[in-house]
Design a protein around this ligand. Structure first.
Ligand code: AMP
Length: 606
């Protein structure tokens, strides 16, 4: 048996920094390394841990990476043994036509309904058309989906083909999406045609100019002469899927985008088995059955309406998904009545608009509603109680992250739990820790940051970006401050990440501040949340003036818009100060700024 000194020299040969090993006498035992021979090490990691590890590549692995690989492989074995990860593929689990009859209605939108068999055939036919159009297994395709059936068909078809959709909110600009396109070398981008308020096709064309990897633009009615593929023709095709590359349940099915804290959204890889697990457990916890009708009025580009449990959860349970318009509460209520909707997911901001719309219009018969899910931002108790009363249904709070953290109140929870807490993990495999600023556990009832690890939660971002978002033993740092009740339920009470949660849409403060600082008349800038009666939080920007005094709000909004910031991230209020307050260690004192804006005004000036 080799001793730790030998292992150290082997790992040093592997390019592992010696200082990482210092004092790490447990490493050898942890890794179960009995050999100092590189080939032997490779064999032992493969046979002992199921880890594919190639010491002969140019990549320099670190102890952390090797240990993480071993830990992930061990966890994966356990998740499979417990049945949390199953051998199936995401599209097949969602469209399983053996478990649920093919003639059952599955997807409604654009004035028509597809039954399960038709939807399945459309997904396969679309995959075949995409392949003919040059989309290959392994390709990455950026998809900016509006809530329309053809885009859902496209996403499932890409997955069936073995290509990887990267789901992105259509509101993001080319500047914001560029890093994701570059990180995966996306070969195509799929967008809606120009609309009244936005022009996603322009975003796609801008991306194509900047990123030569983007060979094709998929757009409804696309014109081949402009290098466009017609998405309508793809989604209307029926038939067998092409014999694509082999698909592996442990492989990446799709990517979501994180809402980020510093700037460019990070890519969240979702494997078939992990995402299918989340879809299944959250659909069960939401009471979705073959008789359920799920209405999506939040963007399906976001995990909440897509797969937490969302549209995919409804389909996986044999129910029907209805794709509705975003941002039109009156139309949504009409749709609830017309389609006999049982489930719908809302943010607190949209929930408040639903309450207003209902007060203004008692007409539609909403008696089919069983569950209103509310998440994306903290729901206050009074609004929760009003929702239950006005809509006569269960209110289910959902606290989740696109990274795979997912907690829900349960449908049989008493009202005080459903109204006051954000529930408990959807997955029975989730491990949670609540820690203080030094990473030490706090007692139940105390406030701390929530860390989560489990079968639905990612262990890393694509390309290992932002490794500090994970602990050395693989827990995701949520950046959210919670209190755990003794019952195991969580209450979200704040956050440590520097993000403004504007009605459920996240605005990374750092991104805004960096762009504002480039304005010639701005000295320093800090963005903080200010209270907003509907959105919950809105963006307030504090600035110090450069030469000639600080610009006004209109000028700043124009400047940021031109710099490529999505409209929902623009500040609603601007306050000029002679200087920004600093903390003892010289950082901008955002707590003071938040208190300041609360004191100045509790509603924005419009
Ligand atoms: P996203 O990545 O867009 O899914 O945003 C995830 C973040 O939204 C979480 O880390 C929380 O900060 C916030 N969030 C989501 N759901 C809730 C909720 N029910 N209550 C409070 N905050 C929430």
């Amino acid at each position: 048996m080799a001793d730790i000194g030998d292992v150290r020299s082997v790992l040093t040969d592997l390019g592992i920094a010696a200082e990482l090993l210092r004092g790490d006498a447990r490493l050898r035992a942890d890794l179960g390394l009995d050999s100092v021979d590189l080939s032997q090490l490779q064999v032992e990691l493969a046979e002992g841990h199921g880890v594919r590890f190639d010491p002969w590549t140019g990549h320099d692995p670190t102890v952390r990476e090797v240990a993480a690989l071993v830990r992930e492989a061990t966890a994966a074995r356990e998740y499979r043994r417990r049945g949390w990860w199953r051998a199936g593929l995401l599209d097949e689990a969602v469209l399983d036509t053996r478990a649920h009859p093919g003639d059952r209605a599955a997807l409604t939108g654009d004035g028509r309904t597809l039954c399960r068999a038709e939807l399945d055939a459309a997904v396969s036919g679309c995959a075949a058309r995409l392949a003919e159009g040059g989309v290959l297994p392994g390709d990455h395709v950026l998809v900016l989906p509006p809530n329309e059936p053809r885009f859902l068909v496209l996403v499932l078809a890409l997955i069936r083909l073995g290509a990887r959709p990267v789901l992105a909110p259509p509101a993001l600009t080319a500047r914001e999406l560029g890093p994701a396109v570059a990180a995966v070398g996306a070969t195509a981008v799929a967008v809606a045609g120009p609309g009244r308020r936005s022009d996603p096709l322009r975003t796609a064309e801008e991306l194509r100019v900047r990123h030569p990897s983007l060979r094709a633009v998929l757009v409804p009615g696309g014109d081949p002469a402009r290098g466009h593929l017609d998405l309508d023709a793809c989604a209307a095709a029926r038939g067998a899927a092409p014999p694509g590359g082999s698909r592996d349940p442990s492989g990446t099915a799709l990517f979501l985008l994180s809402s980020g804290t510093t700037g460019a959204p990070r890519l969240i890889p979702r494997t078939h088995e992990a995402f299918t697990h989340l879809v299944r457990v959250s659909a069960e916890a939401s009471g979705l059955t073959p008789d359920s009708v799920y209405l999506a009025v939040l963007p399906v580009a976001h995990s909440f309406a897509f797969g937490h449990p969302g549209v995919l959860g409804a389909l996986a349970q044999g129910g029907r998904a209805v794709l509705g318009p975003t941002g039109d509460p009156a139309a949504a209520l009409e749709l609830v009545a017309r389609e006999r909707v049982t489930h719908c997911a809302l943010t607190p901001a949209v929930a408040r608009l639903w309450l207003d719309a209902r007060a203004a219009h008692r007409g539609p018969d909403l008696s089919s509603l069983r569950v209103l899910q509310v998440g994306g931002a903290r729901l206050d108790e009074a609004t929760a109680a009003r929702l239950a009363e006005v809509f006569g249904c269960r209110v289910q709070q959902v606290y989740g992250m696109s990274e795979g953290v997912l907690n829900l109140t349960r449908l049989d929870d008493p009202d005080e739990v459903a109204f006051r807490t954000q529930g408990r993990p959807a997955s029975p495999g989730d491990e949670t820790r609540v820690v203080d600023g030094r990473g030490l556990p706090v007692a139940d009832g105390e406030t701390g940051e929530l860390l989560v690890r489990g079968p639905g939660v990612i262990g890393a971002y694509h390309g290992g970006a932002e490794p500090e978002a994970f602990t050395s033993d693989g827990f995701l740092r949520t950046g959210d401050l919670v209190r755990r009740h003794r019952s195991g339920r969580f209450e979200v009470v704040g956050r440590v990440k520097d993000v403004i949660n504007r009605g459920g849409e996240k605005v990374p403060a750092g991104e805004l501040e960096a762009l504002v600082a480039a304005h010639p008349r701005v000295g320093a800038a800090a963005a903080v949340a200010m209270p907003h009666p509907v959105l919950g939080e809105a963006v307030c920007l504090y600035v110090t003036g450069g030469a000639g005094g600080a610009p006004g709000l209109r000028e700043i909004r124009r400047f940021l818009g031109e710099a490529g910031l999505a409209p929902y991230k623009l500040p609603e209020r601007l306050v000029e100060l002679p200087e920004l307050p600093l903390t003892g260690i010289g950082k901008v004192d955002k707590a003071r700024l938040r208190a300041d804006i609360r004191a100045r005004e509790t509603t924005p000036p419009y």
